[in-house]
Every structure is written in C-alpha cells, then in structure tokens.
Design a protein around this ligand. Structure first.
Ligand SMILES: [Zn+2]
Length: 103
C-alpha cells in the first residue's frame, strides 16, 4: 500500500486512510517518526462548509419536493467531497507541551 510523505520527516509514513481521517478533523501520527500532523484548519473550515452546504441545500430540496434526484445529488456530492478530501494538504503540528508539575 502506497504511503504519503510526512510533513516532518518527508518519509512516506502517512497512509491514505490517515489522510482521509485528517480531513475529518483528526490528528494523525507518522508511522516513521511518530510526530503529529493535521489538515490545515482554515482549509477544513471551508471544506466543512461545503459538506454543510451540500446537505442543507439538497436535503432541503428533497424535503420540499420529495424528488429523489435531489437525494441522489446530495449523496453524489458527499462522495465527491470525500474523494477530494484525501488531497487536502497536511501540515506539521508542534509536539504536545509537557504536562509536568513543578513545585
Ligand atoms: Zn514522519
């Protein structure tokens, strides 16, 4: 299975499934270096708006008219957005701040 390059180590340590999950606001970890990455939040906000627009518009039109073509368009739009979501760029995250208690 082909792997995608990690923004930290540039090695191919990110799977397509991880990239898909990153487009759903998940934090992903490189299999080679173990560092954290995510999709860029500004792009994800725009992309999530597209999902909402797809569901609101075609779901509402389906609700109003009962025409199944609107439901099919909603489903097709959802699948197209899911397919393109794996091509969203992944950016590197800083490591977590240590949670040590100093007294
Ligand atoms: Zn890496």
């Amino acid at each position: 299975m082909s792997q995608l390059p990690c923004p930290h180590c540039k090695d191919h340590g990110i799977s397509w499934w991880q990239k898909y999950k990153a487009a759903k606001w998940a934090i992903i970890y490189c299999e080679k270096c173990g560092k954290r990455s995510c999709s860029h939040p500004f792009i994800l906000v725009f992309y999530t708006m597209l999902y909402v627009w797809d569901v609101m518009l075609f779901g509402y039109l389906f609700y109003l008219t009962g025409n199944w073509w609107y439901a099919l368009t909603l489903l097709a739009g959802w699948i197209i957005l899911d397919i393109f979501s794996v091509y969203l760029p992944v950016c590197a995250m800083k490591p977590k701040a240590p949670t040590t208690t100093q007294s």
